[in-house]
Ligand binder design. Structure first.
Ligand code: PEP
Ligand code: MN
Length: 353
């Protein structure tokens, strides 16, 4: 993918890009008051859902198109960029007509290729920023596929949002982070900016700070966090929203690692690991050669390949040695079992060959 970097005027490129605002646009006052307090604390990109995908009917499903007028006020009066969730072509058209700067595709929508394609078709020839949340299910190909559909429509200001994955059994998180998935996404598409959404991931206010820090430690480019002027009274997702003032404190306390510095020290440590891996390889090769000699000896003396007492001895000896060396004995037993199994295979081939 050849992407255009996501830059926003007034957003410090040395800090994570932050998108903040309420889960839902509820009233004009709620939107304006939240946005004003966020703007006062330096937030430049305002989010608010106007069409809300709710699990069951009867909940607040967003005020729809009329709310876009309030977002226009946020843009015109406070000079903020605005972001909304779109789930179909009608949403895209209405948002573009209202001058919305960032469209995001929600987790339920990105799981549906028909819906994503409809959105992509509506975006043809348009220059707008699009962020694609991970699908609710942990399917990296589906996530990448959704981004490819948007990219193929000509969108170059593209990014991903990691909001965690749905699980049947509720755990500490509302949506499990499964960090290895965005890490693999970054490996596959290194130029794609990735945001973390700690609000929907944690589902609880207290988890916003630690999850944001984890995302920063993993080198994420930005954060999208739900913030409400009066979180306890929010019409949707009240447990995971924070006031603009709390948000500002959370952001202030984030430790942003110096990427250059980290890369250099990491490179040094990786060189050491490579050296050790090379040594491990040559030791393994030496061990296997001797094992083959033992196999030869067993063959010549008509002895059985597997000698259970010797196998037990190896496992027990290495297991207790592991403790002294600050290694997990179970891990060492697994490694020794694998090595021993390979030796047995090699010797069997020798004897039968
Ligand atoms: C949201 O951002 O308000 C939202 C509905 O999120 P998700 O699609 O991640 O559930
Ligand atoms: Mn929400």
């Amino acid at each position: 993918m050849e992407l255009t970097a996501l830059t926003f005027e007034g957003v410090d490129p040395k800090r994570p890009m932050v998108i903040a605002g309420p889960c839902s646009a509820e009233t004009e006052e709620q939107v304006m008051s939240t946005a004003r307090r966020l703007a006062d604390r330096g937030i430049r990109i305002f989010r608010a859902g106007v069409w809300k995908p709710r699990t069951k009917p009867g909940g607040f499903e967003g005020g729809g198109e009329p709310c876009l007028e309030w977002l226009k006020r946020v843009k015109n009066e406070l000079g903020m960029y605005t972001a909304v969730e779109v789930a179909n072509a009608r949403h895209v058209k209405a948002s573009l007509d209202a001058g919305i700067d960032i469209l995001w595709i929600g987790a339920r929508t990105s799981a549906n290729p028909f819906a994503v394609q409809e959105i992509a078709d509506a975006l043809k020839g348009v220059d707008v920023t699009v962020l694609v949340k991970n699908p609710v299910n942990p399917d990296l190909e589906l996530w990448i596929g959704a981004m490819e559909r948007i990219y193929n429509a000509g969108i170059r200001r593209l990014g991903a949002i990691h909001r965690g994955f749905s699980e049947y059994d509720k755990s500490l998180y509302r949506n499990a982070p499964q960090w290895h998935i965005p890490i693999e996404l970054h490996r596959r598409l290194p130029e794609l900016p990735i945001f973390c959404d700690p609000s929907h991931m944690g589902g609880r206010r207290e988890l916003i700070a630690p999850l944001s820090q984890e995302a920063m430690d993993l080198g994420f480019d930005g954060l999208i966090i739900e913030s409400h002027c009066d979180p306890d009274c929010a019409w949707s997702d009240k447990n995971q929203q924070v006031t603009p003032e709390s948000l500002s404190l959370i952001l202030e306390h984030l430790v942003i690692r110096d990427t250059m510095q980290t890369t250099e020290s990491l490179a040094e440590l990786r060189r050491e690991i490579d050296k050790l891996d090379n040594e491990l390889m040559s030791l393994l090769s030496k061990r296997m050669r001797i094992s083959r000699e033992i196999g030869q000896y067993k063959k010549e003396h008509n002895m059985p390949v597997l000698q259970a007492r010797r196998y037990d001895e190896i496992l027990n000896k290495r297991g207790s040695q592991a403790v002294e060396l600050d290694l997990d004995p179970e891990f060492i037993k697994t490694v020794m079992r694998a090595i021993h199994e390979e030796s047995v295979q090699v010797q069997m081939k020798l004897i039968n060959g």
